[in-house]
Design a binder for this molecule. Structure first.
Ligand code: ADP
Length: 151
């Protein structure tokens, strides 16, 4: 018997969770695709956030549902507007890496008031997008943690 309370054990466990174990597959579009196509991709892939990459497949931006809604209001021809015009762009993208603590990534989501972080891997000339970490991933981790507590 360790003398630790249930809540101490729970906290210790939570602090060991890494982004890698809970991340989802990233859905990515290239920067020159149209807002129209990005909206179609968002529906087809059933995600709330798209990551935008350049020709070299490096991260250049993020598109949220509201970014696409905003661009759609009063704009007739969404097929002629490329997403790089409306996206949130680098270097203003909040990111995380696979080995980061899930708790630190969750803190970023709260602080920046956003729904998702790209999980990136630094490469020679940019950031490779290898995952997607959302509020849903955090919720799943929390539920798993509670379920694992055999009372
Ligand atoms: P929504 O706008 O659909 O509610 P978010 O709250 O995630 O979704 O996005 C709010 C704003 O923050 C959007 O303009 C979006 O482009 C931007 N954003 C979303 N995720 C990130 C991120 N990881 N880094 C920087 N900006 C982001």
């Amino acid at each position: 018997f360790t003398g630790k309370t249930g809540s101490e054990l729970l906290t210790e466990k939570l602090k060991r969770f890494k982004v890698q174990e809970y991340q989802s597959v990233p859905i990515v579009v290239e920067e020159d695709v149209s807002v129209y196509d990005a909206i179609c991709t968002m529906f087809l892939e059933d995600v709330g956030t798209l990551f935008v990459t350049n020709e070299a497949s490096y991260l250049v931006g993020v598109l949220s549902r509201k970014d696409l809604l905003r661009a759609s209001i009063g704009n007739q021809d969404l097929t002629s507007v490329p997403v790089h015009i409306i996206m949130t762009r680098m270097p203003n993208i909040t990111i995380c890496e696979q080995d980061d603590l899930l708790l630190d990534a969750a803190q970023k989501l709260i602080e920046k008031q956003i729904d998702a972080l790209p999980v990136v891997k630094p490469a020679d000339e940019g950031l490779e997008v290898i995952g997607r970490l959302t509020k849903t991933n955090i919720t799943k981790a929390l539920v798993e943690l509670a379920r694992d507590q055999h009372l």
